[in-house]
Design a protein around this ligand. Structure first.
Ligand code: AMP
Length: 286
């Protein structure tokens, strides 16, 4: 596996691979890798003659809270070992000044799908995501890029970015990889104390509860109230637990296939998760 820290080194390696007819398959990450990230790498590997590129960059512009950025876990040596074992071809490890050199003043800002939920609770977050993803796409120039459905709204934002700015890149998504008990894997989980680790299941349980309420004919409002009650009774501090349209992240209107999305705080740690559900349109009461 080749390691690159400069933009030029990435471009040189990608140019050579493309000349050999390889498909450039890209997985952007913030590191501290777990099986969710590695599932993206495995999906990238299935591309025809894949040249798999992974980036590791903890993007300061997508963190609102300096403390959260500071506390974000990092272990470059372990990450590189895991990527090497998964036959990654190139890992891009830029430092802050490589991505944001002095004088950097551009911001990519997305309306619509980036506005509610994560957009509302983490102001500026999706501008940071869209800006760094646009830069990474221009640096790596992949044929295809892979994102996890755990960050469902981020997937929608990236798809919007690609369509609106005409990036010639196919976006593929993979399902959320979970721990045995249901907790969605996340680099942040390592910050959960043993007690918080137990409480963290409240989010998964709330979503599952919301899904069965909808399947039994509850209205969206009833499902949202039920999810909140369950999560709070188990000790989570709820930011939002909502029933939304999986494409717009707004109210699902007449659709029967919806997405349940949630963000909670367990002590210092913020967790997000989501789950698709089918609701019974005819039996909606309120
Ligand atoms: P991150 O390092 O958290 O920025 O995540 C990098 C990529 O991995 C994003 O596309 C995430 O959506 C994806 N990802 C993170 N956790 C999971 C998970 N549990 N299952 C699937 N994909 C994930």
């Amino acid at each position: 596996m080749e390691k690159a820290t400069t933009i030029e080194a990435v471009r040189t390696a990608v140019r050579a691979a493309r000349k050999e007819g390889r498909t450039i398959a890209f997985v952007p990450t913030m590191g501290y890798l777990h099986e969710g990230h590695l599932a993206l790498v495995d999906a990238a590997r299935t591309e025809k003659q894949a040249f798999v590129v992974v980036s590791i960059f903890v993007n300061p512009r997508q963190f609102g809270d300096a403390g959260d950025l500071e506390a974000y876990p990092r272990d470059e040596a372990r990450d590189c070992r895991l990527l090497d074992e998964r036959n990654v071809d190139l890992v891009f490890l830029p430092d802050g000044a490589t991505i944001y050199p002095p004088g950097f003043t551009t911001r990519v800002s997305i309306e619509g799908v980036a506005v509610p939920l994560e957009g509302e609770f983490r102001p500026g977050h999706f501008d940071g995501v869209a800006t760094v993803v646009a830069k990474l796409f221009n640096i790596v120039s992949p044929d295809v890029a892979f994102f996890g459905e755990k960050d469902a709204q981020q997937c929608a934002v990236v798809k919007r970015l690609v369509r609106d700015l005409d990036f010639p890149i196919r976006i593929e998504t993979i399902p959320t990889v979970r721990e045995g008990d249901g907790l969605a894997m996340s680099s942040r989980n390592v910050r959960l104390s043993p007690e918080s680790r137990t409480t963290s299941l409240a989010l998964f349980r709330a979503l599952r509860h919301g899904r069965s309420l909808l399947e039994y004919g509850a209205s969206d409002e009833e499902a949202e109230r039920g999810m909140r009650l369950l999560a709070e009774s188990e000790g989570a501090e709820v930011e939002y637990l909502r029933v939304v349209d999986a494409e717009t992240f707004d109210s699902p209107n007449g659709r029967s296939d919806v997405l349940l999305v949630g963000a909670v705080r367990i002590g210092e740690v913020r967790l997000i998760d989501n789950m698709p559900a089918e609701r019974q349109l005819n039996s909606e009461i309120s």
